[in-house]
Ligand binder design. Structure first.
Ligand code: SIN
Length: 329
């Protein structure tokens, strides 16, 4: 390695400060990387305060770099979470159209709690490996969750959210595999995960109505994506929604997806967010897949507000990628 190729060692905060040396209002937060392929904790940054473009840009950059960010000790109303999330793109209103915060359809409630026997939220959201919105023409950029009640048993947090790094998953494929996957596309279907929850996991979700299905027809996306922030290649296929590789026979597709689904969950790529009440957890859906761990009982309350930021900052309505000039990344 030549001296030019060798980069000086910087801690994460300094590295980002250096990227933004012309932006004096850059937030001086305290960022601690997890040391794994994904994950960083940010302290001393109040998400309830209005944010300028430099702060928004710095968070996007950190999301690209670390994939999963947690902001400690946040006190946010449902409206506050909505306003913070809206800095990053258009917010989704979930196709199921249920369990929304009063008057705020963009804020969904994930909870196993009930009031007078009536569920306060969706009790089994995300309880298997998936990538949110891969079934949509406009895919998701980021989920933003605020942990309001977190189950704890014997001092240990339950209901953690686990992630796997799709940059590592792509990078560790053999060269022949990379060549095989080049240019391929995958069909993703919303109904796959919904039915898996109903038929395999005993979920009380009703079957999707014809209207709900019609509003989310299956869509195709490239199997390998150029990450819109970092421009690293990432594997964009997840067991929750990926149905088939369009350019292969059904049997070849099944075999290839089975291989990729196993490959992408290696322990070395994984990170688990251990929830604490007040955490805001934000992740990059381009470069990660995730799973909500269902290890708590109905008597152990969990209550989370969630916003889903669509990738409108990075993609056009027809699915084509915006240019570097348009996104700034
Ligand atoms: C999800 O958005 O998939 C749910 C994650 C969680 O509840 O931990």
């Amino acid at each position: 390695m030549t001296a030019l190729q060798r980069k000086p060692k910087l801690n994460a905060t300094h590295a980002m400060l250096q990227d933004h040396q012309n932006t004096p209002s850059f937030p001086l937060w305290n960022l601690t990387p997890s040391g794994q392929k994904l994950g960083a904790r940010i302290e001393g940054f109040d998400l309830a305060k209005p944010m300028d473009d430099n702060a928004v840009r710095a968070i996007i950059q950190a999301l690209g770099q670390y994939g999963v960010l947690s902001f400690s000790k946040q006190s946010l109303s449902a409206q506050g979470l909505r306003d913070f999330s809206a800095n990053f793109g258009e917010l989704e209103i979930n196709v199921a159209n249920m369990y929304q915060a009063p008057g705020l359809p963009e804020v969904m409630i994930l909870s196993n709690m009930k009031k007078d026997g009536v569920p306060l939220g969706i009790a089994d959201a995300g309880q298997d490996w998936h990538t949110d919105m891969s079934y949509s023409r406009m895919i998701a950029f980021s989920n933003v969750l605020h942990g309001i009640r977190i189950p704890v048993r014997d001092g240990v947090s339950l209901g953690n959210t686990e992630f796997s790094c799709m940059k590592s998953a792509y990078a560790t494929l053999s060269d022949p595999w990379k060549e095989t996957l080049q240019g391929l596309t995958v069909t993703h279907d919303f109904e796959k995960f919904w039915n898996k929850m109903r038929l395999e996991k005993g979920s009380a979700r009703p079957a999707l109505t014809a209207q709900q299905k019609a509003s989310k027809p299956p869509v195709s996306h490239p199997l390998v994506m150029d990450h819109p922030i970092t421009h690293a290649r990432v594997l964009y296929a997840n067991p929750g929604y990926a149905m088939r590789i369009n350019e292969m026979s059904p049997a070849q597709s099944d075999e290839t997806l089975a291989y990729l689904f196993e490959h992408q969950l290696q322990a070395a790529f994984r990170h688990q967010h251990v929830w604490r009440e007040g955490d805001v957890l934000m992740w990059d859906n381009f470069g990660t897949i995730h799973n909500a761990v269902a290890d708590y009982t109905p008597d152990e309350p969990r209550f989370i507000h969630r916003c889903q930021v669509m990738a409108t900052r990075f993609f056009n309505a027809d699915g084509s990628a915006k240019t570097h000039e348009e996104t700034g990344f």
